[in-house]
Design a protein around this ligand. Structure first.
Ligand code: NDP
Length: 346
């Protein structure tokens, strides 16, 4: 029996696939092009347990039909990970909202058509973005837990900037999944869980994936590494919550392996950070960066002070998952060490 995963060449997905192969699952992944397919096969050493299919655009109504139909006898678990996560767009509907929403609906429709009796568990990679109120992100009277929902509407999430629209995209995608299940409880067999990570840090699965511009969340660390010491630096910028990619991958496996994750939204969050915390770890732990990056105002970030902004209580998630999350210092350190090693600076 196989695990089907969409967006297989993504930052988080490669870690999930690595864990799945380590646990001897057969994996069927989707990527957008033949070149991406061949690159990914090579990165996983042409592992015979990894089969890749091309799904060019998850926005298309029957995008997943062929891939799921072809493997429908084998697929027991589906992890829907593909979704646009970038901010350099002003066409929020075309580039963010539609792919997130239609991709989620589309893969579930394909399961209903071809995997209604075989697919037992579905895990949607949702986001903390689907949980918190973007407008109240700095409001420390605002409490967030596994019951919370981003209150933005389709229209209001487009009124500010791309990050807010992205948050909307993840809310509407996750909501569509729960609604699909409610509407189709007699037509499909699968149980649903969602994994809702905050900003994900931690190394790329493969050193070769370190490039001048990294995936949106790791780019926050990459940018501080490449900010000259005399450049303007706002120590409070980039404020938010974080979780390590290795924990996010682990959660995706437990989300379909365990009974206690059924119908749960797993909020992956292990504290807050801001640019100052990143600068502190870089300055204190990497001598090669001494004098080359901003110092800011050491120890004024979230690592050393009560975090500001929304208060997150994900104790239910941590209790369900039952493992200790990687801390911020290690997550920043491991991300930076890989970048510096790849650049020949370590
Ligand atoms: P990546 O950008 O590395 O991965 C995104 C994946 O989705 C890629 O495989 C990408 O394909 C695919 N994809 C995007 N749009 C489309 C489309 N229209 N059609 C087909 N495939 C598409 O990001 P991450 O690994 O960081 O994110 C993976 C998932 O995790 C996303 O659902 C994201 O929303 C979620 N997430 C990420 C967080 C983070 O901090 N990293 C936090 C919370 C949630 P291609 O490479 O070809 O563009």
């Amino acid at each position: 029996m196989s695990v089907f995963i969409s967006g297989a060449n993504g930052y988080i997905a490669k870690h999930i696939i690595g864990d799945l192969l380590d646990q001897n699952y057969k994996v069927i992944g989707t990527v957008r092009s033949q070149t991406k397919l061949e690159n990914l096969e090579k990165q996983f050493d042409n592992n015979p347990n990894l089969t890749l299919e091309i799904v060019e655009d998850i926005c298309k109504p029957v995008a997943f039909d062929n891939a799921i139909k072809k493997h429908c006898e084998d697929i027991k678990y589906v992890l829907h990970n593909a979704s646009p996560f970038f901010f350099d767009t002003t066409d929020y509907v075309t580039d963010l909202l539609n792919p997130a929403l239609y991709g989620t609906r589309g893969i579930l429709e394909s399961i209903k058509k071809y995997g209604s009796t075989t697919v037992e568990r579905v895990v949607i990679t949702s986001s903390f973005a689907a949980v918190f109120d973007y407008v109240k992100k700095d409001d420390d009277t605002c409490k967030i837990n596994e019951e919370s929902w981003n209150p933005d509407t389709w229209e209001s999430c487009q009124t500010d900037n791309a990050p807010r629209a992205y948050c909307g995209s993840k809310k509407f995608a996750e909501q569509a999944a729960w609604e699909f299940l409610k509407a189709n409880k007699d037509n499909v067999k699968f149980k649903l869980s969602t994994v809702n990570p905050d900003n994900v840090f931690g190394p790329q699965k493969f050193d070769a994936d370190v490039s001048p511009k990294l995936n949106t969340s790791c780019e926050l660390i990459n940018q501080v590494i490449h900010t000259p010491a005399d450049a303007q630096f706002d120590p409070t910028s980039g404020y938010g919550g974080f979780v390590d990619v290795r924990d996010v991958a682990k959660a995706h496996l437990l989300a379909f392996q365990n009974e206690n994750t059924i119908n749960q939204r797993l909020i992956m969050h292990n504290g807050k950070f801001c640019s100052q915390d990143i600068a502190d770890v870089l300055n204190e732990d990497f001598s090669c960066l001494k004098g080359k990056i901003p110092v800011g105002k050491p120890h004024t970030g979230a690592l050393y002070n009560s975090p500001r902004g929304v208060v997150v209580d994900n104790s239910k998630t941590k209790q369900i998952l039952g493992f200790k999350f990687i801390d911020l210092t290690k997550s920043i350190y491991d991300t930076a060490a890989q970048i510096l090693k790849t650049e020949g600076r370590l």
